[in-house]
Design a protein around this ligand. Structure first.
Ligand code: AMP
Length: 284
């Protein structure tokens, strides 16, 4: 695998690959790679001739400076994992390469960014849209792979692709979990052993809600989940939402829809974690 630091170098490389008829798959990440990232990578390797991964801890999408500073950075180990997973090129730019000037462009995603992550992390999706647009222009892939782990981010990127006519196919990949259900995340590396145990409560809360979907009204499911989360030490819930799987808007009554997304965010100690499950109500 070749590691490329310059945007110009990756541009020329992709131009040449496209001219020779190669299909390019792209997996953007912030590094500290785990099996979730590698699953996206393998999916890309299976569907494209060439797979490019990027590692860039994007400062503009962090609304909390500690979260940015403490975000795990494990480049040497990441490179080994990528090589073993069959990645062809790693694009690992430094900050000046992506942001030679302070970005001033502002995106607006309407109701989609007014809920959940958008509501609780002001500016987050503006930073995501900025960096994803830049990476799409630099890497110019045929297909880009994003995880359902960040379900609202997938919806934002879909709206970005449609809104700006990017010629990229978005592929959503399911959540890869630890054996006890915890969604894999780079931030899990920051959890103490005790917090790691507590972190499983997010997935347990989603399962608790799922079991009640056809039995209870939305308000009472939310109350049950809130009571469950309140009973757990070291856990500070931020939101639990029953949402439409595409628009991510809150669902008032589940009988009105075929599928719902159950979405949760909570702090475990100082570490903010998110998770979600999609539930097809016809199959419950
Ligand atoms: P990140 O490095 O956290 O920005 O994630 C890079 C990509 O990997 C994003 O599209 C994430 O949604 C995806 N991803 C992160 N964790 C998982 C997971 N546990 N399973 C599947 N995809 C994931």
């Amino acid at each position: 695998m070749e590691v490329i630091r310059q945007a110009g170098a990756i541009r020329s490389l992709v131009q040449a690959l496209r001219c020779s008829g190669k299909q390019i798959g792209f997996v953007p990440t912030m590094g500290a790679l785990h099996q979730g990232h590698l699953a996206l990578l393998r999916a890309s390797a299976g569907q494209n001739d060439v797979t490019i991964c990027s590692i860039f801890v994007n400062p503009t999408q962090f609304n909390n400076s500690d979260d940015y500073k403490l975000y795990p950075r494990t480049l040497t180990q990441d490179i080994e994992l990528l090589e073993a997973a069959g990645c062809d090129y790693l694009f690992a730019p430094d900050q000046e390469e992506i942001y030679p000037q302070q970005p001033l462009l502002q995106f607006s995603f309407g109701p989609l960014e007014a809920v959940m992550e958008g509501e609780h992390r002001p500016g987050h999706f503006n930073g995501v849209a900025t960096v994803v647009s830049k990476l799409f222009h630099i890497v110019h892939p045929h297909r880009a792979y994003f995880g359902q782990k960040d379900l609202q981010q997938v919806a934002i990127v879909k709206q970005l692709i449609n809104g700006l006519s990017f010629d990229v196919e978005l592929v959503r990949y399911p959540i890869v979990r630890e054996a006890d259900g915890l969604a894999m995340s780079s931030r899990n590396k920051r959890l103490s052993p005790e917090q790691r145990e507590v972190a499983t409560s997010l997935y347990k809360a989603l399962q608790l809600a799922r079991a009640q979907l056809l039995q209870q009204p939305v308000a009472s499911i939310k109350a049950t989940v809130a009571a469950y989360l309140a009973s757990i030490n070291q856990l500070t819930p931020e939101y639990f939402e029953i949402a439409h799987p595409d628009t991510l808007q809150p669902v008032a009554e589940v009988r009105d829809v075929q599928e719902v997304a159950l979405c949760i965010a909570a702090f475990v100690g100082p570490v903010r974690l998110i998770d979600n499950i999609l539930v097809n109500l016809n199959r419950l």
